[in-house]
Design a protein around this ligand. Structure first.
Ligand code: HEC
Length: 254
């Protein structure tokens, strides 16, 4: 018989099978016996990988406790922080480009508004002096003075969006900010030439072109202080609102 011919290999085969099975482990968290792990486990200590006990750091951990005063970054994508001058801004902006990032970014409020008085004349003045010149420098040649998509460049580079009609009319500051940052479709990114603060200012001017600056602004500005009302109460109210609106994006960012 054929099998008999290979009889002398049977012990060897059995040995190999036993060796193969010995690498398995009952513990689902254990990788079992690994062959030459130094080939795929980093020799230097990696902060986010823990294979063996670390004999240098406390608790045997590679990752050390953050220094005192480290700020937790939960919700950093839409958390506004205030400096000692009372100015507020986003802590970090790391929405990815593309439709998914745009959807998340559209929910972010314009941080410039949180410090603005509820006064249409003051808002108008601010937007005319801070937003309009920037729009005219960076956007007008394509989108036109009135935002109707009829700038000079549109004669050569077709498809410039009219920012005053249809869906464009209701784009939020966060949406406009994202489009300036990363571009969209045929519009190129402008993050290299327009600073973050300038983008928020331009967004306000686009709201004016949309014909809804006051509607947007007055909803988000600071209410005039009533007598005896404490500043703290107002701040707390604002924080609570941002926390509520936090989109669930933590998982997607990694
Ligand atoms: C080189 C020409 C050009 C310049 C400069 C330009 N855009 Fe655009 N923009 C476009 C084009 C083209 C589109 C249409 C994009 C598409 O849908 O393919 C567009 C679309 C948009 C949209 C609509 C995005 C959407 O959701 O559909 C906004 C908002 C916008 N631009 C704002 C701006 C602002 C603000 C500036 C100035 C910082 C600016 N653009 C500068 C060409 C330009």
């Amino acid at each position: 018989m054929m099998l008999l011919k290979y009889k002398k290999y049977i012990p060897l085969t059995l040995m190999l099978v036993v060796l193969f099975l010995s690498s398995c482990s009952r513990n689902p968290n254990s990788p079992g016996n690994e062959y030459a792990p130094q080939m795929y486990v980093s020799m230097p200590y990696e902060p986010y990988t823990q294979v063996k006990k670390n004999n240098i750091n406390p608790n045997g951990m590679n990752l050390r406790k953050p220094p005192v005063g480290t700020v937790a970054r939960k919700g950093h994508y839409n958390t506004t922080v205030q400096n000692e001058k009372g100015e507020s801004g986003l802590m970090a902006y790391n929405f990815p480009s593309g439709p998914e990032g745009l959807e998340m970014a559209a929910k972010v409020k314009n941080p410039l508004l949180s410090q603005m008085p509820k006064d249409s004349a003051a808002i108008d003045k601010y937007v005319a002096s801070e937003g309009q010149p920037l729009y005219e420098r960076y956007c007008k040649h394509c989108h036109g003075a009135g935002g109707k998509g009829d700038g000079k460049v549109n004669e050569q580079y077709k498809g410039v969006a009219n920012l005053t009609v249809g869906a464009q009319k209701t784009n939020s500051s966060g949406h406009i900010y994202h489009v300036i940052t990363h571009g969209k479709g045929r519009m190129w990114p402008h993050k290299q030439i327009v600073s973050p603060e300038e983008r928020w200012k331009i967004a306000l001017y686009v709201h004016k072109l949309q014909g809804r600056l006051y509607e947007v602004a007055l909803k988000n500005t600071v209410a005039p202080k009533k007598e005896g009302e404490k500043e703290e109460e107002n701040k707390e109210g604002n924080t609570a609102k941002t926390a509520e609106k936090e989109p669930e994006v933590d998982k997607k960012e990694h």
